[in-house]
Design a protein around this ligand. Structure first.
Ligand code: HEC
Ligand code: HEC
Length: 140
């Protein structure tokens, strides 16, 4: 092989390696988060609707994420474990969500589905009105 061709071969070889390197290093497509422990909501729920649900839980019960999801301090960093079912409030919230879906369907002929693409008429605030435990009007 003439020396010039040999050079080109080496160059092509290098280029190939470089390309392989780039392909291997490229992170997989910007993936949407994978929810690992959904039992009432659908695994197909969009990120936007998931944000809507979790944020509305907070606002409608007057709490923040830590009310249902345990936070673990690591120095100054707070890691919130959204997957864990350790906190009772999360487990109750699941049952409340089931109940709310049923109320919409059975009594109001609307649907509140696991993907939250339709949202019914009853939601947590119907009863909670910004409180972790609904305040019942005891007088009257
Ligand atoms: C009133 C309780 C409650 C509050 C407050 C709450 N969540 Fe949740 N969260 C839940 C429940 C219940 C589930 C599981 C739903 C299911 O099983 O379908 C869940 C699931 C999740 C998941 C999915 C975890 C997985 O991989 O399975 C994420 C992420 C999440 N919540 C984020 C948040 C964020 C962020 C906030 C604050 C803005 C928040 N949550 C506030 C009750 C709550
Ligand atoms: C039909 C009325 C109603 C709706 C709708 C409702 N809740 Fe409740 N919820 C209650 C009542 C009443 C209690 C108090 C039960 C008790 O004291 O045993 C409660 C208690 C809770 C608790 C326990 C609070 C504590 O500190 O013990 C959580 C968590 C909760 N609800 C979450 C939710 C979420 C999340 C939604 C929306 C998906 C929701 N609830 C919708 C009536 C409702």
């Amino acid at each position: 092989m003439p020396p010039s061709l040999k050079k080109i071969n080496v160059l092509l070889g290098l280029l190939g390696f470089t390309l392989l390197g780039i392909l291997a290093a490229k992170p997989p497509d910007e993936e949407k988060p994978v929810y690992k422990n959904l039992k009432v909501l659908s695994k197909k729920i969009s990120d936007d609707n998931m944000d809507f649900v979790m944020e509305s839980f907070g606002v409608q019960l007057g709490v923040n994420c830590l009310f249902c999801h345990p936070g673990r301090k690591n120095g100054y960093v707070l890691n919130i474990d959204y997957v864990s079912d350790e906190l009772r409030n999360k487990r109750i919230a699941r049952e409340m969500l089931r109940m709310t879906m049923k109320l919409n369907k059975k009594y109001f002929n609307t649907s509140l589905t696991g993907t939250m693409t339709t949202r019914g008429v009853i939601w947590c605030k119907t009863c909670h009105q910004g409180n972790p435990v609904p305040i019942l009007p005891l007088s009257k």
